[in-house]
Design a protein around this ligand. Sequence first.
Ligand SMILES: *[C@@H]1O[C@H](CO)[C@@H](O)[C@H](O)[C@H]1NC(C)=O
Ligand SMILES: *[C@@H]1O[C@H](CO)[C@@H](O)[C@H](O)[C@H]1NC(C)=O
Length: 450
Amino acid sequence: MSTPSCKFAAGVAILMFVVFFSFVVVTAHENSYRMEDARFGRSILQAAEVAQEPKAEPAVSSGERAVPKPGEPQVPTFKRPFVEGEPHMLFVLSYQRSGSSFFGSLFDHYPGGFYVYEPLDGLYNAMYGTPEEWNVPSDIMNTLDGELRQIPPWEVRAISKNLEDILQCRVSELPTETLVHVFWHMFVHFEHSLVPFIDCLKRPYVWPRAQCFPYIFHECPRRFLTNMDKQEKCFNVLWDPEANSPRKNIQEPEAFKNYSTCMQIVREKAKPCEQMLGEFCKKADFRATKTVRATMDVVETLLERNPNLRVIHLIRDPRAVMVSRSEFYDTGRSMYAQGDIAKEAKVFCQSIVEDIRKRKELEKKFPGALMEIVYDGFVQDPVTYTQKIYEFLEVPFKQEVKDWVVLKTMVEMNSSYIATKWLGKLQYNEVMGINGPCGGLFTGVNYPWP
Ligand SMILES: *[C@@H]1O[C@H](CO)[C@@H](O)[C@H](O)[C@H]1NC(C)=O
Ligand SMILES: *[C@@H]1O[C@H](CO)[C@@H](O)[C@H](O)[C@H]1NC(C)=O
């Protein structure tokens, strides 16, 4: 069990290191290589399959979104009214290796805010009995055969409720698996506002889930989607889809009874931390969360029920994502692709294209509630983007946030370099392999793709 964790943690550590510290020095050699490849990349995209893709619908018929200049942040022109005196809330929906950790930090650094990083792994643990960290986004969104996975309705309901519970501070509703999840510790550097809560979880009397998980380790799947019989069995025992919550007081089978009893003890021990989390949340006038483990399916209910919620759909150039995925670690990649870059691009892009389609429907139903951000554009002008995003959220763009963005993007890393780094790293046939399945993304998102 420790091997995948270590590997994952090491992968994350390397990723962090590379993202934040190693892009400052750009050699002349790399520069000229990139310039050549930029021309190369552009001609590929114009000539290739993309041309044959049906043109995506114009974003909006009238009013909602004026035709923006390509590459600028597209703030909806319609202002969805907020309920006064109640906190403003944000949900960032994105994909692995798409810059969402860094992007999410824009909200973690809002003074007096409340920000939860990647909460859904814990929910999947609670629903399906999987080990922590082993609900890989590409397995949630795609089947093992590389087809789009139809997210079952109970899962959509569970995710919507879980995200709403987080944003509305209903901490007693969170599964224990969420409350004591290992991600709090692994990603503490992305959760500034929650450090005292995470310190609380570290106290010796608060047990992590690892104390209880051995009871069901052999009963449940080792990784989400890899053993459907076990997954179904564990779901049936652990989750109550009618109540849309974990089952309480499980009596049998015995292994599950032991797990459930053990998790109740964990819950008791974590009570003071749970209260602390709730208090942090309640006093925040701006609350946000981001995930790469949800699809656009979960957004409709959230928007219906929460007038003060805004949604950002964060998308990154799939060619940059593929380079990033292939360079760092393998646990985040799909089971289906087995390292094949074109297959990886297929599963990656088909879920985004589907999300874009759904989002455009939602934009009609909830004008002014959703915003699309292209990460590659954001890194080229992060301060302007951040300002526009805060305008969209109708949350003050505080100096602390601005200072942080400037420090991270202009001093510590050369963000304009990151945006085009992929160009020198992919072979011609690899670029073609990505451009094919990702054609719908390139046409569906209004951005001057290189
Ligand atoms: C459940 O817990 C009891 C008491 O600690 C133990 O004797 C039993 O072996 C456990 N059963 C399983 C299946 O883990
Ligand atoms: C960042 O990289 C770009 C493109 O390579 C270069 O033009 C610019 O001077 C670099 N900026 C810094 C601060 O290093």
